[in-house]
Design a protein around this ligand. Structure first.
Ligand code: F6P
Length: 364
């Protein structure tokens, strides 16, 4: 890219998470204060570039007071891939490549660089735009913490806090009623939220996609606790977990890579556990509560660090790269290397080892 940067567009794509506004705020502050660039807010992910009417400047007024707010002031979408966009035609859904419209709108808006904040799917689209000549810089985002290119994604810490607080609350009612309480958390491909909130919350069983489970093993853990006088148990269930025979225990929406109905997995496991232990079970599904709330201090700081680092990449002309956290420091990596490789829990890693040593069962 030859001409000096003047206009930076920013969009947030995919599932929202706490910390997105910290990123937006940091990009706007660093870009306008240090470089006097104009920052344009692109609403609702890539949709905002397909229908560009709502693109608007972001300045001090727009970012005032957003640091502690969850969600994204820009809005987001996790359904609109411009290269394969579902459009309604004569009452039927057709899939169209509308990327030429998007590319033309980027040009018309005078956007020199596009900052894309999102998870794996969003970054894959950014990579395709980069390959078609759009200067892009990526910022990784997901509460699932399943992006291999970065140690931690902002959003994860707040989701972990939310899940842990919920598990803490379930302990007292489980013990009072001598019940088996199951709590379903998000994480369709990787069990990081389940694993870490299970350890932090003192769970007795943690079910994650990376370690297939058997019902018999879960029930034996519960009976073992009862024989030791602990007539209640806490089971943390990741939405993507499955049984040892590899078959999902409930219908799976393969396109969205998750159960066709939130809570279906925990409810099914709860019913089966109730039958085999003859104990009362109750199920709590945290769902999108994990995606909301005010970002933790950690996520506000990490989001701010990543936003500033993205502006630094732009100033250095390092396009096609994504900022990342490595050994506690902010670095960058080509987006091409960052996408497609999910960071899943290592069943032989120290986090699982820790849980097992604490007496936590993975149902295996
Ligand atoms: O990828 C983040 C995530 O929250 C997953 O943990 C969850 O399965 C999915 O998004 C939910 O997507 P939606 O918001 O479209 O229901």
């Amino acid at each position: 890219m030859g001409k000096p940067v003047q206009k930076v567009g920013i969009l947030t794509g995919g599932g929202d998470c706490p910390g997105l506004n910290a990123v937006i705020r940091a990009v706007v502050k660093a870009a306008t204060i240090e470089h006097r660039w104009t920052v344009l807010g692109i609403p609702d992910g890539y949709d905002g570039l397909i229908w560009p009417e709502k693109i608007h400047p972001l300045g001090a007024k727009e970012i005032h007071g957003i640091l502690p707010r969850g969600g994204t002031i820009l809005g987001t979408s996790n359904r609109g891939n411009p290269f394969a966009y579902p459009m309604q035609e004569n009452g039927t859904t057709v899939i169209k490549d509308v990327s030429p419209i998007l590319l033309e709108n980027v040009r018309k808006a005078g956007i020199d660089v596009l900052v894309v904040v999102g998870g794996d799917g969003t970054q894959k689209i950014a990579l395709e735009l980069w390959r078609r000549g759009v200067a892009v810089v990526g910022i990784p985002k997901t509460i699932d913490n399943d992006l291999s290119a970065t140690e931690i994604t902002f959003g994860f810490d707040t989701a972990l806090q939310t899940a842990t607080e919920a598990i803490d609350k379930l302990h007292t009612t489980a013990e009072s009623h001598h019940r088996v309480m199951l709590v379903e958390v998000m994480g369709r491909d990787a069990g990081w939220i389940a694993l870490e909130s299970g350890i932090a919350g003192g769970a007795d069983v943690i079910l994650i996609p990376e370690i297939p489970f058997s019902l018999e093993k879960i029930c034996s853990k519960i009976e073992g606790r009862a024989e030791a006088g602990r007539h209640f148990s806490i089971i943390v269930v990741a939405e993507g977990c499955h049984t040892m025979d590899g078959h999902p225990i409930i219908p799976v929406d393969h396109e969205r890579r998750q159960a066709t109905r939130s809570g279906a997995i925990a409810n099914t496991v709860g019913t089966l556990v109730g039958r085999c232990t003859h104990r009362e079970t109750r199920v709590t599904v945290l769902g999108h509560i994990q995606r909301g709330g005010s970002p933790s201090p950690f996520d506000r700081v990490l989001g701010s660090r990543m936003g500033v680092a993205a502006v630094d990449l732009i100033a250095r002309g390092e396009f096609g790269h994504m900022v990342c956290l490595r050994c506690g420091s902010i670095e960058s990596t080509p987006i091409a290397k960052a996408v497609g490789a999910l960071k899943i829990v290592d069943p032989n890693g120290d986090m699982v080892r820790t849980a097992r040593a604490l007496g936590i069962s993975f149902g295996d």
